[in-house]
Write a protein that binds this ligand. Structure first.
Ligand code: PMP
Length: 407
């Protein structure tokens, strides 16, 4: 993308012109959440002003329009992930809830004492803790795929962990700390050779990489709207319909039932079986708008621009004495985690903030990974398509000043 195109895109994001402590905002915390283009916010505003009525059960005009919009959003998401059937798209509150749903319902249906679950060392807490809770409930074992010093998963070790007791594998498509793009297609193929289903945590992947769940042959694929320029509070679970049909509902309530009596309740069909209560029908339509926005720019173009930012940012950061980049996988997304000398990441983040630069510091909800690296945490700069090389220049100059002050 050329400069003009990026300026054009930036104009869609009002927050990017905000001043922070009198400085122009440089927003490099896209891994935590992305900023929202005007069209997404307007979609929500329009929804609440003109299309607001509870969906699915209403006979009246507004309810039917809101239902149509919500179900159209489901189709948009299905097309975005290249899912075969739109009922394989379940709306959740986000990645975290989607993983909890699978851990609970799949665990209930298929896991028994002594069984094993495999995750990787680079997982976000939301892809560790729900499985640990299941392990505690049912007496299962959690096994962990290790990685090499570049932050790439050890596939041979993964193969060795798989056995007849393995019930499910759950790994990130892209690490939120290291930026590593994991070879999920290969991981799924290997697991399927042993008939083990795989959940892919796509929270950090969908904003950057085109995803085709059928081509990947993923059994479950999850993501959050807010990381792909959509609203907070909504996310997606894709699941193969035979698996979703085979596992029990996650929560009980309205919408997810077919009939209710005090003697017996029967459940609704997919996708409603997993959507108890009033869904976030405004959020779903806003997510669909975000997807259309991203599609209009084109994920290929986005990936290319972000890769340039990654390469340029890495090169410029390495100018700084004592720079240590954490995560140097060959296949990497636009995330740079780093440490400088012995300076605590929090101190760097605090001072960068005073200069208007938003980065994240700490363990990034991946404490086991940070502990395994024996570091106190990292400073993380994560780029989106609206970021520029000029912002990286300002960031690097600011960082040099900060490092001088702290050394
Ligand atoms: N997995 C990964 C890889 C993430 O980066 C995040 C968010 N940082 C999550 C899961 C959790 O997403 P959410 O908080 O939106 O549920």
């Amino acid at each position: 993308m050329d400069k003009e195109q990026i300026q054009h895109i930036r104009a869609d994001f009002p927050i990017l012109t905000e001043k922070i402590y009198g400085k122009e905002l440089i927003y490099f915390d896209n891994g935590a959440t992305t900023q929202k283009p005007r069209c997404v916010v307007e979609k929500m505003e329009n929804g609440y002003y003109h299309l607001n009525a509870n969906i699915h059960r209403g006979v009246h005009y507004l309810s039917q329009k809101a239902t149509e919009a919500h179900e159209a959003a489901r189709v948009t998401v299905a097309e975005f992930l290249h899912a075969g059937k739109h009922e394989e798209i379940i709306f959740t509150r986000g990645t975290t809830e989607a993983i909890n749903l699978v851990a609970t319902s799949f665990g209930e249906a298929f896991c028994n004492a002594g069984d094993e679950i495999i995750v990787s060392v680079m997982e976000h807490h939301s892809n560790i803790v729900p499985w640990q809770m299941l392990c505690e409930r049912k007496g299962l074992k959690l096994k962990v795929i290790p990685m090499n010093e570049c932050g790439e998963l050890n596939i041979e070790a993964f193969k060795a962990l798989l056995n007849e007791r393995t019930k499910i594998v759950s790994v990130a498509h892209v690490s939120n700390v290291l930026g590593t793009i994991n070879p999920v297609k290969e991981i799924i193929r290997i697991a399927h050779e042993k008939n083990v289903p795989v959940l892919i945590d796509g929270a950090q992947a969908v904003p950057h990489i085109p995803v085709n769940v059928v081509e990947l042959d993923a059994d479950f694929y999850v993501f959050s709207a807010h990381k792909i320029y959509g609203p907070t509070g909504i996310g997606v679970l894709y699941g193969k319909s035979d698996l979703l049909n085979a596992i029990p509902p996650y929560q009980g309530g309205g919408e997810m039932i077919a009939t209710v009596s005090f003697e017996k309740t029967t459940y609704n069909e997919l996708p409603f079986k997993f959507e108890a209560g009033t869904p976030d029908y405004i959020g779903s339509t806003a997510l669909a708008e975000a997807i259309r926005y991203v599609d209009n720019i084109g994920l290929d173009k986005i990936a290319e621009h972000e890769h340039e930012l990654l390469t340029y940012g890495t090169k410029r950061l390495l100018e700084i004495d004592g720079m240590r980049i954490i995560g140097t996988a060959k296949d990497k997304s636009s995330v740079i985690s780093f440490l400088v000398g012995n300076i605590h990441p929090y101190d760097i983040g605090m001072l960068l903030d005073k200069l208007g630069i938003a980065v994240r510091t700490g363990h990034h909800c991946a404490q086991p990974l940070i502990d395994s690296l024996e570091i106190p945490g990292t400073v993380r700069a994560s780029f989106a398509f609206y970021n520029t090389k000029e912002e990286i220049d300002t960031f690097v100059e600011a960082l040099k000043r900060v490092v001088t002050m702290l050394s």
